[in-house]
Design a protein around this ligand. Sequence first.
Ligand code: BGC
Length: 815
Amino acid sequence: MLTATDRAAQLLEQLTVDERAQLSAGEDTWHLPAIPSAGIGRLKMSDGPSGVRGESLAVHRSLSFPCGTAVGSTWDVELTGRYGAALAAEAKLKGVRVLLGPTVCIPRVALAGRTFESFSEDPLLTSRLTVAYVRGVQEHGVACCIKHFACNDQEHERMTISAQVDERTLREIHLPAFEAAVREAKVWAVMSAYNRINGTFCDEHEWLLTTVLKEEWGFDGVVISDWYGTHSTVEAANAGLDIEMPGPAQHLGRKLADAVSAGEVEGAVLDDHCARVLRLAERTGLLDEAPGWGPSPWQTAAAEREEDDPQRRALARELAVSGTVLLRNESMLPLDPALRRIAVIGSNAEHLMEGGGGSSMVAALQHTALPDALGARLPGVQVSYEEGCRVELAARPLDCHLIPEGFAVEYFGNPDWSGEPVRTERRWSGFFVTFGAPPGGRPGEPFSVRARARFTPDHAGPWELSLATVGKATVHLDGRLVLDHTRPEPGETFFGRGSATTTASVDIDPGLEHELEVRYVSDLPGLGGFRIGARPLAAPGGIERAVDLARRSDAVVLVVGNHPDLETEGRDRPSLALPGDQDELVRRVLEANPRTVVVVNSGAPVAMPWADQAAAVLMVWYPGEEGAAALADILTGAAEPGGRLPITFPRRMEDVAAWRSYPGADGRVEYGEGVLVGYRQFDSDGTEPAFCFGHGLGYTTFEYGEPRLDGRGDDMTVSVTVTNAGTRRGGEVVQLYVAGGPSPVPRPEQELRAFTKVTLDAGESRDVVLRLDARAFSYWDTDVADWVAPAGRYELRVGASSRDIRQRIHVEHGQ
Ligand code: BGC
């Protein structure tokens, strides 16, 4: 057993067995309980990972940062460290001691709903960025809870599916980022995944949580279950689960104390769990009145703060620029300053999707439409906009554009809005969700909500209102019933437990004040909510109007992409195709004007059957709320797109080995591809991707000199002189892949083993040093249960992507 730090050990002595057990489970959705007699306040946790939401999506807004794949595309360790520090500052505004991130699972199948949260398909790239992120956050006294341990690689049956995976695949592909976070960044918390591994739920997986994580890697932090992902008392506690979330406890807490009394769990096990929680409390300043925090551990959500900090906003923009990948450029970008008429097309251009759907969402502080951001940078240029076609099936939730004063919300502790409200508040979003206890009430109690807003449409003509609920609701506009969910049709909203989305079209006078009222009643304990959106009804002929505008313009910026209901936690995408008529829109616009830049706004690979015809293709991922500004900088050449693909873009899913076993059958999914995930497979079997791992262009070009090898064994470096051969300053990600070597087991054709990002002025040269660590030549040998690096001749490939190898050098390893 690990010894707690002195302070935590002293505190442990003061606590009764019951109090120790109380700290093993949440008291509500986001907090551990306080133990006032010992001076321990409530420890708050919050999502994560691309911003810090706080207790509610709608009550306070937060700076929205680029999604995981965008950060993965930066390949920038230093920048990711600064990002971590900014997240810690955001966490402090909300009083959050534990940030639920980063997400470091390795996507096997790009259609997995949470691919956008992960950094990369490659364990080394993921590990380097994870270590930087975790250090950046934790240096400021906020804990990271790295997730989801392990193999939460698909949303299909995510709460029960068993990942059938061999140990070599785990060790080489799916565990390294967790291992690096523990061994190098000393992460303070780990979240156990919902799914099972080889038949055992992760929260009950003793090998995973205790043998590997706590004993082998020396993890001294806490293991927290994913929300509602605790399955038992005795098995989970004995396997190494420290905290059940959310509260109130169903399996740990009181039941853990009882299990200790009954002798089913040893007292020392409880003490070890509790010592870990106290250590976390100490590390995150919970035991002191640490300066610099927004709400104290004794305050409620009302004390959370919003702050628009210019430095953090600038960092969000830097990340978005640095993570944008220029996939193709036929002398189109940066845009020619002589252009006079630019068409901006696509509904995502007006509402760039900032983040993916699910628990990672934050309510952004600001929204900027691309036509406005571009217009502001190009005085004298006519920037015109057409939507083209709709991307989303229903409108996005109402926000401050359409309800400038937000919703005035009243909560009632009964199912019929009777008596005085138990709580009132202002909410900024039409997306309302509660987990666990209802606002102002106790878990399991029915509650009702009345939410009123002043609705200010910005376009004349007919509008479409939409509603999804988990529970019952009605929507009245100016006293008239427009949407009725008193008997809602079941659907897939709200993590698959909500209704279908229904819509109504209404004629609205733009100049007038409109009263919108939602009346809602919960009907499920633990989960409640509604989502109301509004948008102008699409006028027919959208694609024709867009084509017409394209024809009349000197150049086109066409933004296509996904929407948060399609790319989300809780659901995998059905295919790589862009939703709606977007492929048709791209095809028609390219025909009308070949000088078109297609901008892709999705968090994961999509099919681009038109890519070869576009003059330029930019992948902006989900770039956070500075995305439109970053994109305007890139288009005009004020900044260079700095990203390189952290994930292979397949031409079709049939080319992906993991696809053959996805999504599994009978509750099991075989990881039959083994270590051949992403480029490891494509490069081994010679499959041509649409865009390969590591690919990305800049606005300049680089030349690579002859590589030089120094050192031996575990301390080897490869140096290469890189020269900016273009005419402007720019960045390059120098990548080193190890190939060849003798091996008794099949190994991937090549594996990324080192990389460095450099930025050079035109004509400047720099010696780039790539360090190979002890595992650079190794594979996991299951027979000896260790890493083995066979002695022999290997090829080191240095290049600008996995398929753009510029230099090769051979090395005799182990001799
Ligand atoms: C997600 C976690 C998240 C938690 C709390 C779960 O549904 O899987 O990633 O941190 O909810 O929101």
